[in-house]
Design a protein around this ligand. Structure first.
Ligand code: PEP
Ligand code: MN
Length: 340
């Protein structure tokens, strides 16, 4: 099996071109990484039938590698450089620390517009807000649906912020993608393969949240479902996993997953300490730790009046707390050489 062809440092352009031509002739697409020293050619597709011998004998080829992992497109071996996602003037990954903030749910025009203004003023780059809400109880507020999306559109036009919102079902993806700059797949839907394939066919970046009980390999395989459909702009988001202590924290924020994912994958890695802890007083300390662990971004819940929030008020920061939060993460971003 051949997945990656590494050209030797003395390979000529013509030799590299011949390898690329051969791969394409076999019906595969390529991912080209040109480093200062070496050129790495990743072969996209089901490579189980190709013998590495085919490339090993070609002039200029240094090494042929097969990836035995079940995820390939998302792996660091296949694509050594960090993926950088650009959407609505925001650059995600590759040395940037991007803060996504906003209410758990879009509740009203006034609530969202007020929050969005504060977020913009404090340096947040992306506005979050759920229009379709997956709730534990079917009797809880489940979002404003398409009306919520229209409010997000207005907030986006007024502030210039990029917007992220969750999609719950395949039939809502196209309508949501008309307004959202980033599509969110929630923890409850991480394993919804049809939904992953559908957003994989969208042109919009996707933020994929880790399911409560997913292993890191399962998480990466779910990202692979999206990548396989041709959407290269996937963000991985750690949001806490189920553990045995739910008395003090809602979930256990797995920050070792951040360091592992940064090694294993080239995709940007975000952390959501709001759902990860369930407590507003833990949002800032866990954000600092997340940035120190290598996170490329944070997702923070902010509400103008958390006590009146229709969902997740307990873990939401007020706009004033959010401004303070931004100030407190600045020094950590600087130490980690991240642009905030
Ligand atoms: C959310 O971010 O609105 C949300 C529902 O989070 P999660 O899917 O991580 O529970
Ligand atoms: Mn929430």
């Amino acid at each position: 099996m051949a997945d990656i062809v590494i050209m030797s440092s003395s390979a000529t352009q013509k030799q590299t071109g011949a390898v690329i031509k051969k791969i394409k002739k076999m019906g595969f697409d390529i991912n080209l990484s040109k480093g200062a020293e070496k050129t790495i050619i990743g072969i996209i597709g089901d490579t189980r039938g190709i013998s590495d011998e085919v490339f090993r004998i070609m002039p200029g080829v240094g090494q042929v590698i097969s990836i035995l992992k079940s995820y390939k497109l998302g792996s660091r071996e296949f694509h050594p450089q960090d993926t950088v996602i650009k959407t609505r003037g925001v650059e995600i990954g590759g040395g940037n620390l991007t803060v996504i903030a906003g209410p758990c749910s879009v509740e009203s025009r006034k609530q969202l517009l007020k929050t969005a203004e504060f977020i913009k003023k404090s340096g947040g780059k992306v506005l979050r807000g759920g229009a379709f809400k997956p709730r534990t109880s079917p009797y809880s507020f489940s979002g404003l649906g398409f009306e919520g999306l229209q409010i997000l559109r207005e907030a986006k036009e007024k502030t210039g912020l990029a917007v992220i919102t969750e999609v719950l079902s395949t039939e809502d993806v196209d309508g949501t993608a008309e307004i959202a700059d980033i599509l969110q797949i929630g923890a409850r839907n991480m394993f919804n393969y049809r939904l992953l394939q559908k957003v994989g066919g969208s042109k919009k970046p996707v933020l994929l949240k880790r399911a409560f009980s997913a292993t890191i390999a399962e998480f990466l395989n779910c990202a692979e479902y999206i990548l396989k459909e041709g959407n290269k702009n996937v963000i991985l988001c750690e949001r806490g996993i189920r553990s045995f202590d739910s008395e003090f924290t809602r979930n256990t924020l797995d920050l070792s997953a951040v360091a592992v994912l940064k090694k294993e994958s080239h995709l940007p890695v975000f952390v959501d300490p709001s759902h990860g802890t369930g407590r507003r007083d833990l949002v800032t300390p866990m954000s600092k730790a997340a940035v120190a662990a290598g996170a490329d971004g944070l997702m923070i819940e902010v509400h103008p009046r958390p006590a009146e929030a229709l969902s997740d008020g307990f873990q939401s920061l007020t706009p004033e707390m959010f401004a303070q939060f931004m100030d407190e993460i600045k020094p950590i971003a600087r130490v980690m050489h991240k642009k905030l």
